[in-house]
Design a protein around this ligand. Structure first.
Ligand SMILES: *Cc1c(COP(=O)(O)O)cnc(C)c1O
Length: 369
């Protein structure tokens, strides 16, 4: 059986009755857009985080984009983030007219190097946008401190960190707002696209509700632009409500897979993920590092193990972001990582025999490299 980095079918088969009941519930409800399921999911996702507000949107990219706009970020402003992230983080910033500004990541955990942030602050900086990459949190204390001193807002990109914690604090509850994606591969995934922003600020939440709905508070009267149609569908909201009840179980499943990998690969020369002390990692992806990455991936195909790279190109080196003016070599850790990292299969329904198959295949490939 072909082993892929991600697959949802085993999970679907296990949860089929509940998922189809969610579909039936929405189809029978008489309301397909912005109804009881979206309201219910927003309430429950906010409660899960212990915050007052959640606004569902159509995907994670727009969750970031609308959150930036709701926080008052726009043309002429600078947003400090990382280049070692999924491109949509930066696409979202760029689409508001603001300018993404990159700091490098740390060599040991690949997360934002917060010690570089202060030097990147200018009088145009409006927002710090940490990405809780791969499933664990960026150090939030120094960011909060810098933001307070310079009067900046903090938006957390939580697209890979549903259910993650830093100490007692849930990912997404430290900043002024946090954006989530429910793309199917994510730790909490829909059966299609979805996203949401959580915030403790009622006026930010109210603005988000207008921005996702043509700038309207009530029907047919736009009072705010630039606005969008970025609604979360009832169908995905109802499925997400059902799956939210199992989020902690999914996280447990992912952590168990990670543990098995860590045990099975400990004595190889693969660099395994490092969890920052105090962080609870939810392993959206299990990213490892090896200097001969491309050869390892190629040879694993012969074992029917097909892997993925998150991410092969640093965002600042992409053609679409050439206008930002970052030369090659400007973010050395990010650039070195991009050539050496790859991801092992990771999802909670990954069967133990497939986990072992991956471990054995990786060990054999490394031993004969
Ligand atoms: C998936 C992801 C996004 C974008 O989410 P979509 O729902 O695909 O638009 C943004 N940021 C990060 C870090 C992601 O992993």
């Amino acid at each position: 059986m072909t082993t892929r980095v991600w697959d949802y079918l085993a999970e679907y088969r296990a949860e089929r009755a509940d998922i189809l009941d969610a579909v039936e519930t929405v189809f029978e409800s008489g309301q397909l857009v912005l109804g009881a399921s979206v309201r219910g999911f927003e309430k429950e996702f906010a409660a899960y985080h212990g915050v007052d507000h959640c606004v569902g949107v159509d995907n994670g990219t727009n969750a970031i984009k609308l959150a930036l706009q709701a926080l008052g970020v726009g043309p002429g402003d600078e947003v400090i983030t990382v280049s070692n992230t999924a491109a949509p983080t930066v696409v979202a910033i760029d689409s508001t007219g603001a300018t993404p500004v990159f700091v490098d990541v740390r060599e040991d955990d690949f997360l934002m190097d917060t010690s570089q942030v202060e030097a990147a602050v200018t009088e145009r900086t409006r927002c710090l946008l940490p990405v809780h990459l791969y499933g664990q949190c960026v150090d939030m204390a120094p960011l909060k401190e810098i933001a307070a001193r310079h009067g900046l807002v903090v938006l957390e990109d939580c697209a890979q960190a549903h259910g993650a914690r830093q100490g007692d604090t849930m990912a997404g509850t430290t900043g002024d707002a946090a954006a989530f994606s429910f793309y199917p591969t994510k730790v909490l995934g829909a059966y299609g696209d979805g996203g949401a922003t959580i915030t403790g600020d009622a006026s930010v939440a109210a603005r988000l509700r207008r921005l996702r709905y043509y700038g309207m508070d009530e029907r047919y009267y736009t009072l705010e632009t630039p606005a969008h149609n970025s609604r979360l569908d009832e169908l995905h909201a109802e499925i997400l409500r059902r799956k939210l009840r199992r989020l902690d179980t999914y996280v447990k499943g992912r952590r168990a897979v990670a543990e098995r990998y860590a045990e099975g690969l400990a004595d190889t020369d693969l660099v395994l993920p490092r969890t920052v002390p105090g962080n609870e990692h939810v392993y959206y992806v299990y990213v490892v590092r090896h200097p001969r990455r491309d050869a390892v991936i190629e040879r694993l195909k012969a074992h029917d193990v097909h892997l993925n790279i998150s991410y092969p190109w640093p965002v600042h080196t992409m053609t679409g972001f050439a206008h930002l003016g970052y030369a090659k070599g400007s973010l050395p850790v990010t650039e070195a990582l991009a050539g050496e990292i790859f991801s092992l299969p990771m999802y909670p329904s990954l069967a133990p025999d497939l986990q072992d198959k991956v471990i054995h295949a990786v060990r054999e490939v490394l031993a004969t490299l």
